[in-house]
Design a protein around this ligand. Structure first.
Ligand SMILES: NC(=O)c1ccc[n+]([C@@H]2O[C@H](COP(=O)([O-])OP(=O)(O)OC[C@H]3O[C@@H](n4cnc5c(N)ncnc54)[C@H](O)[C@@H]3O)[C@@H](O)[C@H]2O)c1
Length: 255
């Protein structure tokens, strides 16, 4: 355990597009980061990159559909760094299909990773934060959770639940000094959206150039656009914001 004065942020999905940007943002602002993801090689890469900045980053690979991993990630942060100030539940999967195309397994896996994992990490984190001066939690939902788009029944439902869950926790634990909020991006230029295009036979760069034309601000989001909002919500500048779901959408509606 080193440098007890520094704040610690646990970030899930840290090897993914938005998760890497969030991790860089917290490290750049002097936080110690505990990074979680199922992708061990991706975690190793972001850990090595961030450690080159002189900060220490801890990582723990595992599957968030496993309750023991969710709880261990929080325990590990407290063991390794001595504290837990911020939790960013960013990991998620996108499951495509209407209800007739959604198997039991798709449905259960979507909810296990997108919602139930957050229940486990938040319960563990809030138990600790409540007794140690509070903290901040951001859960990454989606505009598609607030205004469901077509053909993604499981994904949209799970993200709607993440937004509602975050508002519930925000209300319940504001008196404990714990601010809980959700962030709801629309389309973001990450592997999640690019692999979706590839699977459907499109060239990702071309498809994104087309998508950019549909956004009033002129382009879909880059991961840093989301990371900045996540960091803001966890910072003291957002000290009066709790129990909200913040849309980060370039003014683009869901249709
Ligand atoms: N990209 C978008 O357009 C978009 C839009 C709205 C919301 N979001 C949300 O933003 C978050 C981050 O998405 P992204 O675009 O960076 O996607 P991404 O696919 O680049 O990253 C997601 C990360 O989560 C990890 N992950 C997935 N399942 C896991 C599991 N079972 N255990 C541990 N880790 C697991 C993956 O390994 C990956 O590194 C997600 O919750 C996603 O739903 C993304």
């Amino acid at each position: 355990m080193t440098d007890i004065g520094k704040k610690t942020a646990v970030i899930t999905g840290a090897a993914g597009g938005i998760g890497q940007a969030i991790s860089r943002q917290f490290v750049a602002n002097g936080y110690r980061v505990v990074a979680g993801d199922a992708d061990q090689a991706g975690l190793d890469r972001i850990e090595a990159e961030l450690n080159r900045t002189g900060q220490i980053v801890w990582s723990r690979a595992g599957d968030l559909s496993n309750k023991a991993y969710c709880e261990e990630l929080i325990d590990y942060s407290i063991r390794a760094t001595g504290r837990l100030d911020v939790l960013v539940n960013n990991a998620g999967i996108i499951t495509r299909g209407n209800i007739l195309e959604t198997t039991d397994e798709h449905w259960e896996r979507t909810f296990d990773i997108n919602l139930t994992a957050i229940f486990y990490t938040c319960r563990k984190a809030i138990g600790h934060m409540k007794n140690h001066g509070g903290g901040a939690i951001v859960n990454v939902s989606s505009c598609w959770g607030l205004y469901p788009g077509p053909g993604h029944a499981a994904y949209c439902s799970s993200k709607a639940a993440v937004a509602a869950f975050s508002k519930c926790l925000g209300r319940d634990h504001a008196p404990d000094g714990i601010r809980v909020n959700a962030v709801c991006p629309n389309e973001v230029n990450t592997p999640m959206i690019r692999t979706g295009f590839e699977r459907r036979g499109f060239i990702p760069d071309t498809a994104i150039a087309e998508l950019n034309k549909t956004v009033p601000l002129g382009r879909i989001a880059e991961p840093e656009d989301i990371a900045d909002v996540v960091f803001f919500l966890c910072s003291d500048a957002a000290r009066y914001i709790a129990g909200t779901a913040v849309e980060v959408n370039g003014a683009k509606p869901v249709y």
